[in-house]
Design a protein around this ligand. Structure first.
Ligand SMILES: [Zn+2]
Length: 162
């Protein structure tokens, strides 16, 4: 089965759908650096750094509703843009109803950030020094698009497919 990846989307913003009993780490802000969501030259909305982010620093997390992988695949069916990431064999995070800025991160074939799954959390780290105003991007890896979407990231090594 294909894995799911966050896809940028311009859905209306609603309060975070995190669990009713958040763990201690949920009380930390989802973003460690000032970020802005705005129009992207790559696709739809993107997320932009408002301040410099040094290489290897944690940028923030994608937060959302914790659901089963089975439910994630049900929700992803027939939707062009999704904000779901599988975090284990059985669990996934759906950020569709989340205000997390990082849910808008676009794919790029030469990204400046990387998505890592850590203990059921979706975390983003800087792959290089990022300047204020730069759009944050990550490599989606295997996505539910399975190469059916064309990539417009503009990178020199762009594979042309998502
Ligand atoms: Zn590309």
């Amino acid at each position: 089965m294909p894995r799911l990846s966050p896809i940028p989307c311009a859905l209306n913003v609603k309060p975070d759908a995190v669990s009713a009993t958040p763990g201690k780490r949920d009380l930390q802000p989802a973003e460690r650096f000032a970020l802005r969501v705005g129009d992207s030259a790559i696709d739809g909305l993107g997320v932009f750094a408002l301040e410099a982010i040094p290489v290897r620093r944690k940028i923030g997390e994608l937060r959302g509703e914790s659901i089963s992988v089975r439910e994630a695949r049900r929700r992803a069916k027939g939707r062009a843009r999704i904000h779901i990431v599988e975090v284990s064999e059985t669990r996934a995070v759906d950020a569709t109803e989340s205000t997390t800025a990082l849910r808008n991160i676009n794919h790029c074939c030469a990204p400046n950030a990387v998505l890592r799954i850590s203990q059921g959390r979706v975390e983003f780290y800087a792959l290089r020094d990022i300047e204020p105003g730069e759009e944050l991007t990550c490599h989606y890896g295997e996505s539910h698009h399975e190469g059916r979407l064309s990539c417009r990231c503009g990178a020199a090594n762009c594979s042309g497919r998502l």
